[in-house]
Design a protein around this ligand. Structure first.
Ligand SMILES: Cc1cc2nc3c(=O)[nH]c(=O)nc-3n(C[C@H](O)[C@H](O)[C@H](O)COP(=O)(O)OP(=O)(O)OC[C@H]3O[C@@H](n4cnc5c(N)ncnc54)[C@H](O)[C@@H]3O)c2cc1C
Length: 246
């Protein structure tokens, strides 16, 4: 983390930048985690609220993305951006712990987002497979197509069960680092796989914008990247399951 917040009397002065920020241009307020201590010190990060229009706080250009194009993404820049100490969230040094807690819940949201994309991709392919006829029969009657749909239906169901379990445990105040990462990992990878198969079932039309399959395919990929890539989820899960034998 290279954005710094330096204390100056009753104020903090922010300098640095943040990459790939959702709604960086359209939002009116940002939660910013910046370094208030030494590099590598878990207590050296703090979270702040920064309002749009604050001098020294600007957004960069809108990224030209593969998918999720309805939601803009851009950089945020802090150039001697002065904010009052009242804009500190909680206490100085709590930013790292606050971020981890947020990510545990956020990952369940990405799992739910993945599930919605996978379900949409599956349902439109199931419908199309009953409409499209080739060689005198509905393409659903080809085992290759119906088996692909059976796999997709199973992945959607499994994603829902993991996501619901994670949400249930969170609602009951349990720690959800492991189950949240599992739900996000599984559901996002399932969304990529299911939406890929959906495009395939649509054949040539899957590659056009006449049907929604291509959009599901493009949007799904973000879910394996945002809020931590699939490799990072595996690191979280591996750390958690190690505790089971200690
Ligand atoms: C559309 C979009 C919206 C976003 N919105 C936000 C937002 O609102 N707020 C915000 O803070 N961030 C946001 N992000 C950032 C997002 O969380 C990061 O892009 C994501 O976590 C991956 O980090 P990175 O881009 O630095 O990739 P890198 O860390 O550079 O990863 C590159 C590759 O290296 C691998 N890798 C990296 N480290 C390790 C490791 N330790 N072990 C194994 N493999 C590793 C990764 O898995 C990946 O395959 C957004 C990103 C996108 C694309």
């Amino acid at each position: 983390m290279t954005t710094f917040a330096e204390r100056d009397g009753d104020h903090y002065v922010l300098n640095g930048s943040k990459n790939f920020i959702t709604h960086a241009i359209s939002s009116s307020v940002a939660v910013v985690i910046a370094r208030t201590g030494a590099k590598g010190d878990k207590k050296g990060m703090s979270a702040f609220i920064v309002e749009k229009g604050t001098p020294g706080f600007t957004a960069g250009k809108k990224e030209n993305k593969l998918g999720m194009r309805a939601s803009e993404t851009a950089c945020l820049f802090f150039d001697n951006c002065r904010i009052h100490r009242d804009q500190l969230i909680g206490e100085e040094g709590q930013g790292f712990v606050q971020a981890l807690k947020l990510l545990d819940g956020g990952r369940i949201s990405i799992a739910a987002l993945s599930l919605g994309i996978a379900r949409g991709a599956y349902e439109c392919a199931l419908k199309y497979a009953h409409e499209r006829e080739q060689f005198g029969k509905k393409i659903y009657e080809f085992q290759a197509v119906s088996f692909a749909l059976a796999d997709m239906a199973t992945q959607v169901e499994a994603s829902e069960l993991l996501t619901r379990q994670a949400g249930y445990l969170k609602d009951h105040g349990d720690r959800v680092s492991k189950i949240g990462a599992m739900a996000k990992l599984y559901a996002s990878e399932a969304a990529v796989s299911v939406s890929n198969e959906s495009v395939q079932i649509f054949g040539g039309y899957g590659f056009t914008k006449d049907y929604p399959a291509e959009k599901f395919f493009r949007d799904a990929k973000l879910c394996t990247i945002g809020e931590g890539t699939s490799s990072i989820q595996k690191m979280v899960i591996a750390r958690e399951i190690e505790k089971d034998i200690l």
